[in-house]
Design a protein around this ligand. Structure first.
Ligand SMILES: NC(=O)c1ccc[n+]([C@@H]2O[C@H](COP(=O)([O-])OP(=O)(O)OC[C@H]3O[C@@H](n4cnc5c(N)ncnc54)[C@H](O)[C@@H]3O)[C@@H](O)[C@H]2O)c1
Length: 363
């Protein structure tokens, strides 16, 4: 098992454990678990039985049996109502500030459970156990929690670091191909924005990772987690621009997810958003045609299916892009590229270019 500890600037030391086929995590982090009077395992109602079995082998029940809380599938979990339902469940079952939440599931589960953990009694400890490829390379790490509001993504949220993040790549054995491909969408993002060493490592493993190769998946999780945690440690609250580069592909990606009513997998939306961001980068002459071709070809390994179910409504798209919380008061704000590994923020992209970018994302 590989273990990272990282210091987040404003709060505390956060631990991350990473490996394949782990057992009995509490025995390895006794201080965190010995102090917990109650423990609630939160997961998605559509998760396969093997997920719960693996979660239990990671966190075996001791003297105090676990409580279980099931969330609706995927994005349906990310609502204020579900956060309220979870907080009420904790209260009814006598959870205190010393209790512990364990969120085992995809990014929707870790986003929602982390959010509930941040507001219940003004904040209780939680353990993030991402079980999707996307969750292990991104969503389950870094302490951003959120729910969706008004048909838009992640509008209410908090920064609340998990006390511990556990990425066990054995969870990925039951992941369907579409979810592996979705995770690979975020992986390509890292390959585009990250340093040359990370890019070559990820591109080496990408084709085998998408087809579920265990060694390739573990290598990708390890490389991406280390890179993300380094950025988070330097800019936990997304204030200096360091962490913001992780939003590459997300301005358009989030708009597409909203236009699909939650039916487009997140990583696939990000990959389409990356296409749009590459086009804007080229058309605004920050990216050369040669670099555009090189970066665009990284998306080929994903073999994205047609973007079914996304409303082709440009007016709504424009409004979603300008209401994105990342816009920070500007008309819109994008992370673009000047070349591989050279991201920068740009604002107020004109509607005519956004129309082309929308068409590019939907190709
Ligand atoms: N907080 C962050 O920093 C951050 C970063 C990126 C994405 N996100 C969020 O993460 C969410 C997407 O996460 P996701 O891609 O994990 O999707 P998801 O949470 O919707 O999960 C996708 C599906 O996979 C199933 N699943 C989970 N683990 C499984 C396993 N081991 N085997 C079989 N099936 C399994 C789930 O039940 C679900 O049906 C989005 O809401 C996105 O906004 C958050």
């Amino acid at each position: 098992m590989k273990t990272f500890s990282f210091n987040v600037k404003t709060s505390r030391t956060v631990k991350a454990a990473l490996g394949r086929g782990m057992e009995n995590v509490p025995a390895q982090f006794p201080a965190l678990f010995a102090g917990a009077d109650k423990l609630c395992l939160v997961t998605g109602s559509d998760a396969p039985p093997s997920l719960r079995a693996r979660a239990l082998s990671l966190f075996p029940e001791g003297k105090t049996p676990h409580l279980y809380f099931w969330l609706p599938p995927s994005e349906k979990a990310k609502t204020l109502e579900e956060a309220g339902r979870l907080c009420a469940f904790l209260f009814d079952n006598g959870f205190s500030r010393n209790s512990l939440l364990i969120a085992a599931g995809g990014g929707a589960v870790t986003d929602l459970a982390g959010f509930a953990a941040s507001i219940y009694m003004r904040g209780v400890n939680w353990v993030s156990v991402p079980t999707t490829f996307l969750g292990q390379i991104d969503a389950g790490l870094g302490g951003k929690t959120a729910v969706n509001l008004g048909g838009a993504k992640n509008i209410a949220g908090t920064f609340h670091q998990p006390a511990l993040a556990v990425c066990d790549t054995a969870f990925l054995d039951s992941l369907p191909h579409a979810e592996l491909r979705s995770g690979a969408g975020e992986l390509v993002k890292y390959a585009m924005i990250g340093p040359a060493g990370l890019r070559s490592e990820l591109l080496k493993h990408l084709p085998r990772a998408v087809s579920g190769d265990k060694t390739a998946l573990t290598a990708c999780v390890s490389a991406c987690a280390a890179y993300k945690l380094k950025l988070v440690a330097k800019d936990e609250k997304d204030e200096t621009g360091l962490r913001e580069v992780l939003n590459f592909g997300h301005t358009v990606g989030h708009a597409l997810e909203a236009l699909a009513g939650g039916r487009l997998p997140h990583g696939e939306a990000v990959a389409r958003g990356a296409r749009a961001a590459l086009l804007i980068s080229r058309e605004t002459r920050s990216l050369s045609a040669a670099d555009h071709r090189k970066l665009y070809s990284m998306l080929d390994a994903l073999r994205l299916p047609p973007a079914r179910g996304v409303r082709r409504d440009f007016k709504k798209f424009l409004s979603l892009v300008s209401k994105d919380k990342k816009a920070r008061g500007a008309e819109n704000r994008f992370i673009l590229l000047e070349g591989p590994g050279r991201p920068f923020a740009a604002e107020n992209i004109k509607p005519a270019l956004l129309r082309k970018a929308f068409a590019e994302a939907l190709k």
